[in-house]
Write a protein that binds this ligand. Sequence first.
Ligand code: HEC
Length: 153
Amino acid sequence: MCKFCWTLLLLLLLAIGGVVYKFGFLGSVEQAPDGRQALLLTVEERNLVLGEMRAFLVAVQQIIAATNREDMEAAAKAAHKVGMAAQGAVPPGLIGKLPMEFKKLGFSTHKKFDELSLDAAQLGDPQHTREQLAVLMNNCIACHATYSLSPTH
Ligand code: HEC
């Protein structure tokens, strides 16, 4: 192959690598005044993320209430609602704006709700479920400590 073609190929690969790095790892963020990383989202994208958050909060409340009355089927159902299946609706444009660490934490949270759901149904042990919830909620804390959402973009 000619020298020019190799150069062109190299540039093309670099460009593709750059795009993958930007959208796969960095996401679309800026340093917020409170020290966190603010995700730069559109109003619709922000609403979608916050809606998912409120569903997390509902699930946490329902799981605690269900374990208190030892209704482990209800606990399993509440957790399943915010498991991996709930994540399917995230549009590709939004995924590209999320930093890798954010995606990892979000993914792991959905996965942990699925595990909690399965265990609640199979073991039926309220104490075990509460312990899982306590561990899972470290994900909520970690992500909120690092990221915020910017409403202006
Ligand atoms: C992958 C990151 C991430 C994870 C994991 C996460 N959150 Fe959030 N959450 C956010 C961000 C970012 C905001 C916006 C915070 C801000 O702008 O100050 C938010 C906001 C919220 C809000 C406010 C919703 C609103 O309408 O304003 C609630 C409630 C919430 N989260 C609950 C939870 C709970 C409960 C969990 C764990 C089960 C959780 N979140 C896990 C990133 C996350």
